[in-house]
Design a protein. Structure first.
Length: 278
């Protein structure tokens, strides 16, 4: 068999694996959910979804209620948002170059290895259509989570993505894709627990299942996020050092309609997420 033919077959197999992976993610009924409750009842709120939310669907879990909007939701909450096209990585994920020369990559077969130096300090700068937010990443308490975020950022995974959720009921804004169905193709392990959520925190989103975070995140914009303290399992890995007014402005754009507490009344685009290290 010729070399060209073997290469074509290898490429075809890789493309088929990627297609199967995408189909499995689309068809998986996984709800990134947060539960919070009172003494009399438990209210279940869908916070983070890896795959699509089906209005009226009973879902795949008996302990999860999908708090999606009705099918009559206005077009403001269903604006078609698309992220920039990206490359795919098959096999092991190599550490990205730090000079910004890598092509935007949005699909990975495996979680990245440890690429950062946990003894250094890392800052993430979110340039958005509503302003700039700077975050000090916590390499001491959550080095693995920070590593995942830094690697994705340096692969430009977040460039051209959106803040697609604004939820004033628990004071969070969520992003990391065009919608809550986007993920990088893998998940990472939860790093510690017992978190208390405070204004200015940067936190990983995940499903109701443990060890299911991937690429999505949320910013805490106010005190109502303390409703999540009883769980404390969503990993906080950074704190806003500049731009708290920006995230507050974004949650103020809540349209009052849509899934997951409501979409912004206008698209909030993340132009770039850049990383500096010292």
């Amino acid at each position: 068999m010729g070399t060209d033919k073997r290469n074509r077959q290898k490429q075809n197999r890789a493309a088929a694996r990627e297609a199967r992976a995408r189909m499995q993610r689309r068809n998986a009924v996984k709800s990134r959910a947060i539960k919070w409750g009172g003494l009399a009842a438990v209210v279940v709120i869908v916070l983070f979804a890896v795959s699509r939310l089906d209005s009226g669907s009973s879902g795949s879990s008996t302990d999860t209620t999908v708090a999606s909007s009705s099918s009559s939701s206005s077009s403001a909450d269903t604006t078609t948002l698309t992220t920039l096209p990206g490359e795919s990585v098959t096999g092991n994920t190599p550490c990205p170059k730090t000079d910004g020369s890598v092509k935007r990559t949005t699909m990975f077969e495996k979680a990245p290895p440890m690429c950062i130096d946990a003894a250094k300090t890392y800052t993430a700068t979110f340039d958005t259509s509503e302003g700039t937010v700077e975050v000090a990443l916590d390499t001491k308490k959550t080095p693995n989570t920070v590593n995942n975020f830094v690697v994705l950022s340096r692969y430009k995974y977040y460039d051209g993505s959106y803040i697609f959720r604004t939820d004033p009921s628990i004071d969070i804004i969520q992003g990391g894709g065009a919608s809550n169905s986007d993920d990088p193709g893998y998940s990472i392990k939860d790093e510690a627990n017992g978190f208390k959520y405070a204004e200015g925190d940067l936190v990983m989103a995940r499903t109701a299942a443990p060890d299911s975070a991937g690429g999505q995140f949320f910013f805490v914009t106010g005190s109502k996020a303390s409703l999540l303290d009883s769980q404390g399992t969503y990993v906080t890995f950074g704190r806003i050092t500049k731009g708290l007014d920006v995230v507050k402005k974004i949650i103020g754009l809540n349209s009052g309609s849509g899934d997951l507490g409501g979409a912004p009344s206008r698209p909030v685009k993340i132009t770039t997420v850049s990383i500096t290290e010292k």
